[in-house]
Ligand binder design. Sequence first.
Ligand code: F0G
Length: 471
Amino acid sequence: MSDPHTPRTMGQQFGRRSWAEPWKIKVVEPLTMTTRAQREQALREAGFNTFLLRSDDVYIDLLTDSGTNAMSDRQWAGMMLGDEAYAGSRNFYHLEAVIQQCYGYRYVVPTHQGRGAEHLISRTAIRPGQVIPGNMYFTTTRLHQELAGGRFVDVIIDAAHDPHDPHPFKGNVDLAKLEAVIASEGAANIAYVSLAGTVNMAGGQPVSMACVKDVRALCDRHGVKLYLDATRLVENAFFIQEREPGYADRSIAQIVRELCDLTDAAWMSAKKDSLVNIGGWLAVNDEGLFEELRNLVVVYEGLHTYGGLAGRDMEAMAIGITESMQDDYIRSRIGQVRYLGELLADWEIPIVRPTGGHAVFLDARAFYPHVPQDQFPAQLLAAELYLDAGIRAMERGIVSAGRDPQTGEHQFPKLELTRLTVPRRVYTQAHMDVVAESVKAVFDQRAAATGLRIVYEPKYLRFFQARFERV
Ligand code: F0G
């Protein structure tokens, strides 16, 4: 098992010289540099919400790893092979075959992105009043479960809620918690167990294969289905290969397949792992469930052979899936995220440890202990980072957690984090240095920072569109 506090010599950790990328740059996209005065104005106009900034006003964009990937020359070439037939596009059959081979499920339904898939699976698999236990909520996933009449119950291990616990698999399910939910609700009232690998809101933390096997066995004992959010499963597979006994010599593709084979179905936001800018899917083994999903997809997304996507998008996704499973690629991907994390940790800046797969998460509570949680410390930190150097981050704390659907009160999550999300194949090591230096500058000024208050709040997924001002 690797020591999460390993110094920056990645070579030692990977048993080779460096995590350097297995690709070179062919096309570049100029970035905008702004002055502090321009950023102050842009941030005011955006209501202190980084989602409301124009990307033209951003220098290094670490808002999300979703749809922000750089595609390969192979993928761009594949775009030219788009078959834009309304029905039966050849690109769909290519995509279907790649998903069946790499993820192992029998039936595939394409969707325009992850939440399209979440919508369909939630409507199909959840009856009003049912409970969905899972390893920590994700914003859109939980909302679709709630809109279908379900209730999400968090059964992740306690270590996941502690930013400083070095547990190597902080995404793991606590089996006793899961067993207790099944016992109190009754197995018939569990729609399915919702398993994510990696766990976004916990800091991109992985789940171990041993844990998934245990969850599978528990589900089998009670006749409960196990569904997977496969959005960042390739990244999860890297951590299994690196940390879990018995997996060092297995390929990423083999690990992905083994994990999927333990589950009954999966949904996917291909905008992450699969190295594309748009796309998603649902895949299931049960024929009856597939029939229902294939029927619903034509109502909400598009015909079952395009699901809201252009043929060229499906081709790029099929190629991206194959590229995402290459061991060299994923090593460099995680290596870059870890490089940024180690720089910050060396400067004793509070981050979630160990660093996860897609992002470095700043612990905003530790950053701004003087700012109460209902003055949105993580939102504030994202705003200050933007002001300092034009770096765009995302709040993952009380704003993202939203309000309790019953009481209407803020939900107060234990984790109050600001996410520096690293797009795949987009930024260089020097960009990571700039980010680290800017975080350090903001950290050094932390005592002077003051909290925020909400001045506008939408009903659903408020973090996307809420507006704030300084207290
Ligand atoms: N599941 C997980 C774990 C996600 O991280 C996301 C999106 C989705 C599902 C929904 O997929 O965006 O394609 O509709 N996460 C993005 C993020 C938005 O920035 O973390 P989508």
